[in-house]
Design a protein around this ligand. Structure first.
Ligand SMILES: C[S@@+](CC[C@H](N)C(=O)[O-])C[C@H]1O[C@@H](n2cnc3c(N)ncnc32)[C@H](O)[C@@H]1O
Length: 273
């Protein structure tokens, strides 16, 4: 059935899963899409960065966002990218070497980072909270690190919001829900505004966003591995899954494929002083 790596599930433990090369490919595929770039640009604007700002990118992946932010804060500012995965940190540092950007990459767990309280003018994370064991603890940690009056901005996808066509609505619905449930926090995007407020964050705003997908992006996102698991668990039959895959491939070949997923960019201000 093609690539059966499941980077989606493994993002909370990449170094233990030996799938880091798939993870790099996944991020490169998605980050090159216009939709992700638009959503990241929106998140950048909501950070309201000025030259000289100190920014934290938590769960920085291969460092694409950290490098973009480093260009925005300029030589008097600084961006720190942290990631749980040593492989990601190594790759991010490797891709940044020689660029002369004010950015550094460190290994760390966003639930408890050994960084100074109020050490950043702004903190952000994108596509990280869906994987976390304790999103509340992680947001508390980002708030601890943000200076009073500074923004925290999170961008997360809404995993149950896949819009995909297929020959059998029941099969598509069952697989979309099954796929979402592979993640620790598939509903985190819709829950973030309440989470921000419950931690006393001020001026909370949330902007829903929608991105379109091509079939190749779905496949990089673990589509085939999820299908195989769903068949093994009796969620759908092999024949039902095959019929859906055939439908999607045909529509991709004919140029009629449509796939989308929504997400949320949420911003709040750390109260202070
Ligand atoms: C889908 S990638 C997103 C990368 C990047 N933020 C972006 O938007 O391109 C998720 C990243 O979160 C990292 N991650 C997962 N759990 C983490 C944790 N507890 N602390 C820090 N990083 C974590 C993963 O290693 C991975 O690099």
């Amino acid at each position: 059935m093609g690539d059966t790596s499941n980077v989606v599930q493994d993002f909370h433990n990449l170094d233990g899963s030996a799938t880091s090369s798939h993870a790099f490919r996944f991020l490169d595929t998605l980050n090159a899409s216009q939709q992700v770039q638009q959503m990241q640009a929106l998140a950048h604007r909501m950070l309201e960065l000025t030259p000289g700002a100190r920014v934290l990118d938590a769960g920085c992946g291969v460092g694409d966002v950290a490098r973009e932010l480093a260009a925005l804060v300029g030589p008097t500012g600084h961006v720190t990218g942290v990631d749980l995965s040593e492989a990601m940190v190594h790759e991010a540092a490797h891709r940044t070497r020689g660029l002369g950007l004010p950015v550094d990459f460190q290994q760390g767990d966003v639930h408890a980072l050994g960084l100074p309280t109020h050490g950043f003018d702004a903190c952000r994370a994108s596509r990280v909270f869906i994987y976390l064991e304790d999103p509340r603890q992680a947001l508390s940690e980002l708030l601890r690190l943000t200076r009073p009056g500074g923004p925290v901005v999170l961008f997360e996808p809404e995993l149950d919001s896949w819009v995909l066509d297929g020959p059998d609505r029941g099969v598509v619905r069952a697989l979309v829900h099954f796929w979402a449930d592979q993640l620790r926090n598939p509903w985190i995007a819709r829950q973030l505004p309440a989470l921000f407020m419950s931690l006393g964050v001020k001026q909370v705003s949330a902007v829903p966003v929608v991105g379109t997908w091509v079939l190749g992006m779905l496949e990089t996102f673990g589509f085939h591995a999820v299908l195989e698991k769903a068949i093994a668990q009796g969620v759908v039959s092999q024949a039902q899954a095959d019929a859906w895959v055939r439908f999607l491939k045909d529509s991709q070949r004919e140029g009629s494929f449509y796939g989308s997923m929504s997400g949320m960019v949420v911003r709040g201000i750390k109260p202070g002083p």
